[in-house]
Write a protein that binds this ligand. Structure first.
Ligand SMILES: [Zn+2]
Length: 298
């Protein structure tokens, strides 16, 4: 299913200094980024972007060794072999520019069209107010837990574990999806950023890719047993509502290795794994990175 569509490959177009890509659904986007060094000299560095250019999607970029990449006003980490990551949040703007600069300082702008998604919005009226807003007594706890989670997600590790792809951490029915939102008593709540997979308490959950454990806490107020795995370059997976955590902060884990067990800790209504993915503070949709499920091919 992934990467079936090759688009935007124009190897002969050496005179173009700016490129524009459109990709709806999974795509491999490729280009020659050409840097003009003099009247007749064009140095063309190939840039490829693999993944889904859509809200919640992640692109894995590859460029020539030694090039730098700017995106949204900052320099992205580029691995020694030229790999970098770009990710789009739930409400990402329809157009995004990536600037690739070669060793001589010549820049090339690559414009990516980011496909818009429609999210499920659910209105619920008549809920008792205390179910909607946490009591003031726990606000300091919530704030400090949020800061610790944000710190774990701000790590910029040189590892490139993401390059080998992702697997589902467990099998089960998908009961919640990325981007959906509830409006309780007329008040929009934070959107749901994970994918929920229903399974009995105690079901083992596996690392979706190689990682280093960057956060492990058995009892956060909202998310209960919480585990964060750092896959490199700011890309992390978070598992929440866990009943048990089997690994420790700083430990390296391999794809498929059991790291925790399903639970319903924190503010959960039933046993399930909630799997979230972040590129730093940008929320990504794990379902776009995991292999297609049976439901996807209906
Ligand atoms: Zn959830």
């Amino acid at each position: 299913m992934l990467y079936h569509n090759r688009s935007g490959l124009h190897p002969g177009a050496r005179s173009t200094v700016s490129r524009h890509f459109r990709a709806h659904g999974p795509a491999l986007i490729a280009a020659l980024a050409c840097f003009f060094l003099g009247p007749a000299v064009a140095h063309c560095a190939e840039v490829t972007l693999t993944g889904e250019a859509t809200q919640g999607g992640l692109l894995i970029g590859r460029t020539a060794v030694g090039n730098t990449v700017e995106w949204q006003g900052r320099n992205l980490r580029v691995s020694p072999d030229g790999v970098f990551l770009v990710g789009f949040g739930r409400d990402a703007k329809p157009r995004s520019s990536i600037v690739v600069v070669d060793k001589e300082g010549a820049g090339q702008t690559i414009t990516v069209d980011v496909a818009r998604r429609d999210y499920r919005i659910q209105h619920i009226e008549g809920l008792p107010q205390e179910k909607v807003t946490p009591p003031p007594a726990v606000s300091e706890r919530i704030r400090s837990e949020g800061a610790r989670v944000a710190a774990a997600r701000s790590r910029d590790d040189p590892r490139t574990d993401f390059a080998n792809g992702f697997i589902w951490p467990l099998e089960g029915r998908i009961t919640g999806v990325y981007g959906s939102q509830r409006v309780l008593n007329g008040e929009p709540r934070r959107p749901h950023f994970g994918v929920d997979v229903a399974a009995p308490v105690g079901t083992p959950v596996m690392a979706p890719a190689d990682a280093v454990i960057s956060f492990a806490d058995p009892d956060l107020y909202f998310s209960g047993g919480t585990l964060i795995m750092d896959h490199g370059h700011g890309l992390s997976s978070t598992f929440i509502h866990l009943s048990r955590i089997l690994v420790e902060e700083g430990q390296e884990v391999r794809q498929g290795e059991p790291v925790a067990e399903v639970g319903m800790t924190g503010r959960a209504t039933g046993p399930h794994l909630d799997w979230r993915m972040n590129l730093f503070d940008v929320r990504l949709d794990p379902q776009l990175l995991a292999p297609p499920t049976a439901a996807d091919s209906d």
